[in-house]
Ligand binder design. Sequence first.
Ligand code: ATP
Length: 206
Amino acid sequence: MSQRIALFGGSFNPIHSGHLIVARSVAEQLHLDRMILLPSASPPHKTAQTLLDPRHRAEMVKLAIADEPIFEFSDYDLTREGPCYTVDTVAHFREELGLDVILHWLIGADSLAELTSWYRVRALVDSCRIITAARPGWDKIDFEVLRTRLSEDHIASLRAGLIDTPRIDISATDIRRRNRAGRSIRYLMPEAVRDYICKHALYQDC
Ligand code: ATP
Protein backbone atom coordinates (compact mmCIF):
# COMPACT_ATOMS: atom_id res chain seq x y z
CA MET A 1 0.00 0.00 0.00
CA SER A 2 1.19 3.54 -0.75
CA GLN A 3 2.69 5.49 2.10
CA ARG A 4 0.73 8.56 3.13
CA ILE A 5 2.96 11.50 4.03
CA ALA A 6 2.20 15.11 4.85
CA LEU A 7 4.58 18.05 4.71
CA PHE A 8 3.84 20.88 7.11
CA GLY A 9 5.76 24.08 6.46
CA GLY A 10 5.69 27.30 8.40
CA SER A 11 7.74 29.93 10.08
CA PHE A 12 7.12 28.18 13.44
CA ASN A 13 8.11 31.41 15.19
CA PRO A 14 7.52 29.73 17.61
CA ILE A 15 5.79 26.36 17.09
CA HIS A 16 2.64 26.24 19.26
CA SER A 17 -0.23 23.99 20.28
CA GLY A 18 -2.38 25.26 17.39
CA HIS A 19 0.12 23.72 14.94
CA LEU A 20 0.44 20.53 16.95
CA ILE A 21 -3.22 19.80 17.72
CA VAL A 22 -4.20 20.44 14.11
CA ALA A 23 -1.30 18.33 12.77
CA ARG A 24 -2.20 15.45 15.08
CA SER A 25 -5.84 15.59 14.04
CA VAL A 26 -4.90 15.60 10.34
CA ALA A 27 -2.50 12.68 10.84
CA GLU A 28 -5.28 10.71 12.48
CA GLN A 29 -8.03 11.54 10.01
CA LEU A 30 -5.88 10.92 6.93
CA HIS A 31 -4.18 7.83 8.41
CA LEU A 32 -0.78 9.32 7.75
CA ASP A 33 2.38 7.27 8.09
CA ARG A 34 4.56 10.35 8.52
CA MET A 35 4.23 14.10 8.92
CA ILE A 36 7.33 16.16 8.19
CA LEU A 37 7.59 19.61 9.78
CA LEU A 38 9.66 22.10 7.83
CA PRO A 39 10.50 25.46 9.36
CA SER A 40 11.19 27.91 6.55
CA ALA A 41 14.21 30.18 6.38
CA SER A 42 12.32 33.24 5.29
CA PRO A 43 8.71 32.58 4.31
CA PRO A 44 7.79 34.69 1.24
CA HIS A 45 4.67 35.96 3.04
CA LYS A 46 6.21 37.10 6.30
CA THR A 47 8.28 40.10 7.25
CA ALA A 48 11.79 39.18 8.33
CA GLN A 49 11.64 41.70 11.17
CA THR A 50 10.11 39.46 13.82
CA LEU A 51 11.55 36.22 12.51
CA LEU A 52 13.76 34.52 15.05
CA ASP A 53 17.11 32.90 14.19
CA PRO A 54 16.42 29.61 12.31
CA ARG A 55 18.55 27.69 14.80
CA HIS A 56 16.14 28.53 17.65
CA ARG A 57 13.00 27.88 15.59
CA ALA A 58 14.37 24.49 14.49
CA GLU A 59 15.30 23.55 18.06
CA MET A 60 11.79 24.40 19.30
CA VAL A 61 10.18 22.27 16.57
CA LYS A 62 12.42 19.34 17.55
CA LEU A 63 11.52 19.74 21.23
CA ALA A 64 7.81 19.98 20.44
CA ILE A 65 7.68 16.73 18.46
CA ALA A 66 10.25 14.71 20.41
CA ASP A 67 7.81 12.09 21.72
CA GLU A 68 5.52 11.82 18.69
CA PRO A 69 6.75 9.01 16.42
CA ILE A 70 4.76 10.12 13.34
CA PHE A 71 6.18 13.65 13.39
CA GLU A 72 9.59 14.37 11.91
CA PHE A 73 11.72 17.45 11.53
CA SER A 74 13.39 18.49 8.28
CA ASP A 75 15.82 21.35 7.83
CA TYR A 76 15.36 21.30 4.05
CA ASP A 77 13.65 24.69 3.85
CA LEU A 78 16.10 26.18 6.34
CA THR A 79 19.26 25.21 4.60
CA ARG A 80 18.57 25.47 0.88
CA GLU A 81 19.70 28.39 -1.22
CA GLY A 82 17.35 31.04 -2.56
CA PRO A 83 13.72 31.79 -1.81
CA CYS A 84 11.67 29.18 -0.04
CA TYR A 85 8.87 28.31 -2.45
CA THR A 86 6.51 25.52 -1.45
CA VAL A 87 6.27 24.18 -5.01
CA ASP A 88 10.05 23.57 -4.99
CA THR A 89 9.96 21.91 -1.59
CA VAL A 90 7.19 19.56 -2.73
CA ALA A 91 9.18 18.73 -5.91
CA HIS A 92 12.22 17.89 -3.79
CA PHE A 93 10.27 15.54 -1.51
CA ARG A 94 8.44 13.96 -4.44
CA GLU A 95 11.80 13.11 -5.96
CA GLU A 96 13.18 11.85 -2.68
CA LEU A 97 10.11 9.82 -1.65
CA GLY A 98 9.07 8.51 -5.07
CA LEU A 99 5.93 8.63 -7.19
CA ASP A 100 4.22 5.94 -5.15
CA VAL A 101 3.82 8.07 -2.06
CA ILE A 102 0.60 10.00 -1.49
CA LEU A 103 1.97 13.44 -0.70
CA HIS A 104 0.02 16.13 1.18
CA TRP A 105 0.87 19.71 2.04
CA LEU A 106 -0.84 20.97 5.19
CA ILE A 107 -1.91 24.60 5.63
CA GLY A 108 -4.33 26.49 7.85
CA ALA A 109 -7.44 28.16 6.43
CA ASP A 110 -5.76 31.59 6.61
CA SER A 111 -3.07 30.33 4.24
CA LEU A 112 -5.65 28.95 1.82
CA ALA A 113 -7.20 32.41 1.61
CA GLU A 114 -3.92 33.83 0.30
CA LEU A 115 -2.94 30.90 -1.89
CA THR A 116 -3.33 32.86 -5.14
CA SER A 117 -0.28 34.89 -4.18
CA TRP A 118 1.89 31.78 -3.84
CA TYR A 119 4.58 31.13 -6.45
CA ARG A 120 3.45 28.75 -9.25
CA VAL A 121 0.26 27.94 -7.36
CA ARG A 122 -1.24 25.83 -10.18
CA ALA A 123 1.83 23.61 -10.33
CA LEU A 124 1.71 23.32 -6.57
CA VAL A 125 -1.92 22.16 -6.50
CA ASP A 126 -1.10 19.68 -9.28
CA SER A 127 1.88 18.28 -7.43
CA CYS A 128 0.33 17.25 -4.10
CA ARG A 129 -2.90 17.20 -2.11
CA ILE A 130 -3.34 20.52 -0.33
CA ILE A 131 -4.98 19.85 3.03
CA THR A 132 -6.56 22.85 4.71
CA ALA A 133 -7.15 22.76 8.46
CA ALA A 134 -9.79 24.89 10.17
CA ARG A 135 -8.64 28.06 11.91
CA PRO A 136 -10.82 30.40 14.01
CA GLY A 137 -11.83 33.47 12.02
CA TRP A 138 -11.39 31.67 8.69
CA ASP A 139 -14.55 29.60 8.43
CA LYS A 140 -15.66 31.12 5.14
CA ILE A 141 -13.23 30.51 2.30
CA ASP A 142 -13.69 32.86 -0.65
CA PHE A 143 -13.34 30.46 -3.57
CA GLU A 144 -14.12 33.29 -6.02
CA VAL A 145 -10.75 34.84 -5.24
CA LEU A 146 -9.04 31.49 -5.74
CA ARG A 147 -10.81 31.12 -9.10
CA THR A 148 -8.89 34.13 -10.42
CA ARG A 149 -5.77 31.99 -10.72
CA LEU A 150 -7.00 28.43 -10.49
CA SER A 151 -9.11 26.15 -12.68
CA GLU A 152 -12.33 24.41 -11.61
CA ASP A 153 -10.34 21.19 -11.20
CA HIS A 154 -7.92 22.94 -8.88
CA ILE A 155 -10.80 24.40 -6.86
CA ALA A 156 -12.40 20.97 -6.61
CA SER A 157 -9.15 19.53 -5.35
CA LEU A 158 -8.79 22.31 -2.75
CA ARG A 159 -12.37 21.76 -1.62
CA ALA A 160 -11.69 18.04 -1.25
CA GLY A 161 -8.73 18.92 0.95
CA LEU A 162 -10.76 20.91 3.50
CA ILE A 163 -10.60 19.03 6.77
CA ASP A 164 -12.51 19.56 9.98
CA THR A 165 -9.91 19.94 12.70
CA PRO A 166 -10.30 21.39 16.21
CA ARG A 167 -10.46 25.19 16.10
CA ILE A 168 -7.54 26.36 18.18
CA ASP A 169 -7.30 30.10 18.60
CA ILE A 170 -3.54 30.32 19.08
CA SER A 171 -1.11 32.23 16.88
CA ALA A 172 2.62 32.80 17.03
CA THR A 173 1.96 36.55 16.74
CA ASP A 174 -0.08 36.50 19.94
CA ILE A 175 2.56 34.40 21.73
CA ARG A 176 5.31 36.86 20.75
CA ARG A 177 3.18 39.80 21.91
CA ARG A 178 2.33 38.16 25.21
CA ASN A 179 5.92 37.28 25.95
CA ARG A 180 7.13 40.77 25.13
CA ALA A 181 4.46 42.22 27.41
CA GLY A 182 5.42 39.87 30.25
CA ARG A 183 2.14 37.94 30.02
CA SER A 184 1.90 34.19 30.41
CA ILE A 185 2.48 31.88 27.45
CA ARG A 186 1.93 28.76 29.53
CA TYR A 187 -0.25 26.04 27.90
CA LEU A 188 -0.03 27.68 24.48
CA MET A 189 2.81 25.32 23.55
CA PRO A 190 4.53 22.24 24.98
CA GLU A 191 6.36 22.96 28.22
CA ALA A 192 9.71 22.06 26.65
CA VAL A 193 9.22 24.87 24.11
CA ARG A 194 8.20 27.34 26.80
CA ASP A 195 11.26 26.38 28.85
CA TYR A 196 13.45 26.94 25.79
CA ILE A 197 11.94 30.39 25.21
CA CYS A 198 12.52 31.33 28.87
CA LYS A 199 16.05 29.89 29.00
CA HIS A 200 17.19 31.78 25.91
CA ALA A 201 15.16 34.91 26.71
CA LEU A 202 13.52 34.79 23.26
CA TYR A 203 10.83 37.16 21.95
CA GLN A 204 11.72 39.88 24.44
CA ASP A 205 11.88 42.75 21.99
CA CYS A 206 10.40 41.58 18.71
P1 ATP B 1 2.18 34.14 12.81
O1 ATP B 1 1.18 34.52 13.88
O2 ATP B 1 3.60 34.53 13.11
O3 ATP B 1 1.72 34.58 11.44
P2 ATP B 1 1.16 31.41 12.77
O4 ATP B 1 0.66 31.17 14.15
O5 ATP B 1 0.16 31.65 11.69
O6 ATP B 1 2.28 32.54 12.77
P3 ATP B 1 2.89 29.80 11.07
O7 ATP B 1 4.13 29.08 11.52
O8 ATP B 1 3.05 30.97 10.22
O9 ATP B 1 2.06 30.16 12.43
O10 ATP B 1 1.89 28.76 10.42
C1 ATP B 1 2.30 27.67 9.63
C2 ATP B 1 1.04 27.01 9.09
O11 ATP B 1 0.22 26.57 10.17
C3 ATP B 1 0.17 27.99 8.27
O12 ATP B 1 -0.36 27.30 7.16
C4 ATP B 1 -0.94 28.36 9.25
O13 ATP B 1 -2.15 28.64 8.56
C5 ATP B 1 -1.07 27.10 10.09
N1 ATP B 1 -1.52 27.42 11.45
C6 ATP B 1 -0.87 28.13 12.39
N2 ATP B 1 -1.58 28.22 13.52
C7 ATP B 1 -2.74 27.55 13.30
C8 ATP B 1 -3.93 27.31 14.10
N3 ATP B 1 -4.06 27.80 15.35
N4 ATP B 1 -4.93 26.59 13.53
C9 ATP B 1 -4.81 26.12 12.26
N5 ATP B 1 -3.73 26.33 11.45
C10 ATP B 1 -2.71 27.03 11.96
